[in-house]
Design a protein around this ligand. Structure first.
Ligand code: ADP
Ligand code: F6P
Length: 330
C-alpha cells in the first residue's frame, strides 16, 4: 500500500486532529503517503485535498476542530456521487479511505463501498457518543468536561440567588452528554430522550420534584440538565412554561456549540491516537466496511452497518443513580 486518504465529516469533535496525526505518523512508519480531503465528502467529489506529512500534523494533537474542516454533503447520498467519488479516489491513486465522523458519515462510507472496492474504515468521531460498537467516541470526554465546567459555574450563581436553572446540552438523539454531565455536576434532575420517551415530559413531575426538594431543604438552587430536542422550543420554552404556568421562576441556559470546541482532554487524545494507528493497520490488512472502536479497553472491529443499528444504551447504573437512588421523591 502506497497512498491512503482521510477525511473528517459531520459534526466536528475535539480529538479529530489527534486522530489525523496518529494516522499520518503510523502511515509514515510503514512508508505510506496520506492525502487529506477537505470538507468531508465534498473534498473527495471536488478534488479538494492536500498531502499530509508528519511536519504538517506536528503540534495539532492539542487543538480542537479539524485541520481538514468538516461538512455535511447531502449530495453524497446519491449513486452518481458514490460512483464519482470512486473515480476521484482512483485518479489520485488512493488505496484506502479512512473516515472520521459519526453514524451519518459511516453511512456515507458504507455507500461508497458499493462503488469502490478498496479498504474503507470508519473512526468514531462525535461528541454525542451515539455510535453502537464502541464504548466511547472521540470528542465525547471533552464535551462532558466542557458541559461540566459550565454547569459548575452556573451552580455558583444559582446558589447565590437560590435560583432554578434549566441547562440544555447537546446530543442530537442521545443522552450521553446529558447523563454524564448531570451526574458529575450533582444536578438535581436530568431530562433525556432515553428516559423521557416520546418527548412526553410530565410537567407536573418536574414541578413536584422541585417543590419536594424545596420542602426538604428550604429555598435553594436547583439545576435541571435537559438534552437538546427534547422539549419543543428547548429550555427557553420550558423555562417560560414553568415560570408562567407553574409560577416557578426559572432561567434557561443553552450551552450549544461551545461543547464541540476546545482542546481535547487526555482521554480523547488517547482514544484518537489508538484508533488512528489501528485504522491504518486494518487498512493495510485489506479490512473494509468496518469501524475501529474500543470495548472494555480492547480494540475492536465492527461492521459499519452495525454502528447505526439500534440505540446505544446509556449506562443503566448511572441512570438508576440519577432516577432512583438519588431521587428525592423516588
Ligand atoms: P455525523 O457523521 O456526525 O452523524 P451527518 O449525519 O450529518 O453527521 O452525516 C455526515 C455526512 O455523511 C452527510 O452530510 C453525508 O455527506 C454523509 N451521509 C450521511 N448519510 C448518508 C447516506 N445514507 N448515504 C451517503 N452519505 C451519507
Ligand atoms: O452530532 C454532533 C452535534 O454536535 C449534535 O450534538 C448536535 O445536535 C449537532 O451536531 C449540531 O449540528 P450543527 O453542526 O448542524 O449545528
Amino acid at each position: 500500500m502506497k497512498r491512503i486518504g482521510v477525511l473528517t465529516s459531520g459534526g466536528d469533535a475535539p480529538g479529530m486532529n489527534a486522530c489525523i496525526r496518529a494516522i499520518v505518523l503510523t502511515a509514515e512508519h510503514f512508508g505510506i503517503e496520506v492525502v487529506g480531503f477537505k470538507h468531508g465528502y465534498y473534498g473527495v467529489l471536488n478534488s479538494e485535498h492536500k498531502e499530509l506529512t508528519p511536519e504538517r500534523v506536528s503540534n495539532i494533537i492539542q487543538s480542537g476542530g479539524t485541520i481538514l474542516h468538516s461538512a455535511r454533503c447531502l449530495e453524497f447520498k446519491s449513486d452518481i456521487s458514490g460512483a464519482k467519488a470512486a473515480n476521484c479516489l482512483d485518479a489520485l491513486g488512493i488505496e484506502a479511505l479512512l473516515v472520521i465522523g459519526g453514524d451519518g458519515s459511516f453511512r456515507g462510507a458504507h455507500h461508497l463501498g458499493n462503488f469502490w472496492n478498496k479498504p474503507i474504515i470508519g473512526l468514531p468521531g462525535t461528541i454525542d457518543n451515539d455510535i453502537v460498537g464502541t464504548d466511547a467516541t472521540i470528542g465525547y470526554f471533552t464535551a462532558i468536561e466542557t458541559a461540566l465546567e459550565s454547569i459548575d459555574k452556573i451552580r455558583d450563581t444559582a446558589d447565590a440567588f437560590e435560583r432554578i436553572f434549566l441547562i440544555e446540552v447537546m446530543g442530537r438523539h442521545a443522552g450521553f452528554i446529558g447523563l454524564s454531565s448531570a451526574i458529575s455536576s450533582g444536578s438535581d434532575q436530568v431530562l433525556l430522550p432515553e428516559i423521557n420517551s416520546d418527548n412526553q415530559i410530565a410537567l407536573s413531575n418536574i414541578v413536584r420534584r422541585i417543590e419536594t426538594t424545596r420542602e426538604v431543604k428550604g429555598k435553594c438552587s436547583y439545576i435541571i440538565v435537559v438534552a437538546e430536542n427534547l422539549w419543543p422550543g428547548g429550555v427557553t420554552a420550558l423555562a417560560s412554561t414553568l415560570t408562567e404556568e407553574m409560577g416557578i421562576d426559572c432561567r434557561p441556559v443553552v450551552l450549544g456549540h461551545v461543547q464541540r470546541g476546545g482542546s481535547p482532554v487526555a482521554q480523547d487524545r488517547l482514544l484518537a491516537t489508538k484508533l488512528g494507528a489501528y485504522a491504518v493497520e486494518c487498512a493495510m490488512q485489506g479490512k473494509t466496511d468496518i469501524m475501529v472502536g474500543e470495548q472494555n479497553h480492547q480494540l475492536v472491529e465492527v461492521p459499519l452497518e452495525q454502528t447505526w443499528s439500534g440505540q446505544k444504551e446509556l449506562d443503566p447504573y448511572l441512570v438508576r443513580i440519577q432516577t432512583e437512588l438519588f431521587d428525592i421523591i423516588g
